[in-house]
Design a protein around this ligand. Sequence first.
Ligand code: ADP
Length: 279
Amino acid sequence: MLHPRPHDTSESDFIVEFRNVTCGYTGAAALSSVSLAVYRGDFVGLVGPSGAGKTTLLRTILGSVDIYAGEVLVDGKPVRSSRPLAGYVPQLETIDWNFPVTVEQIVLMGQANEGWFPWHKKEVRESAYSIMERLGIAHLGKRQIRALSGGQQQRAFLGRALLSSPRLLLLDEPTSGVDIKTRDDILHLLDELNHEGVTVLMTTHEINAVAAHLPWVICINKEIIAEGPPSEVYTPEILGRTYGAEMTVVHHEGMTLVAETPHQIGRSLRHHQKVGTQT
Ligand code: ADP
């Protein structure tokens, strides 16, 4: 279990705050009337069905979504008035893999070049390599990113996000498309960063394997449905409203497990066969 959300908190402890926010694209709202606060030091999972607005919520914090109503504050300031202080790890699926680029180049993208020189300072390159060491990808520095596994690609983008030493890390499905061992490694690394003071906000569609292990979960479907520790928000009622589908929640030896209530396809087919043989 990761560390719990802090309790004795005040507004100055918010690193992100949404105040009744409606936002979206070209005039169409993707999220409506969203109010939420992310505290410094939080480790939060955003769950909800495809199209629920999870990516939009992360991108709103980065200032790249139109805000139609309400206000988004990052570190106490309106989102557009300051340089984004967040590191962002996009969904791997959204990346154009035809673009030839090495792991080292991806990580170095995390630091804007300063001044007139089209190359990176020695210190920046050194810190890129020390981050890559930590992520276990330093030996892959000169390799083309498109030739690597999903887990290695994920780490390269995590390296890019970490290069500017962000206090806030936003990750879009960081465990999607990786094997179980890599998923656990990534979560362990995020937990370590969180213990070092980095606030983590990540989306995930893995409600059992990922979100159930986080201290705080926000259920979203175009609006906030509920938030709290998984043991409190994983109820058939809340999950049903989030996913628009019947969900069964099982408590077993201190674990909370969620299962979709299966449609009985097999049985109805057998029923048809039986009917067929009778006629
Ligand atoms: P999720 O991450 O939960 O799958 P998204 O935030 O990607 O959901 O999408 C929420 C809604 O916003 C969807 O209806 C989607 O079609 C729409 N949307 C997402 N990105 C764009 C965009 N760049 N332009 C227009 N509509 C978009």
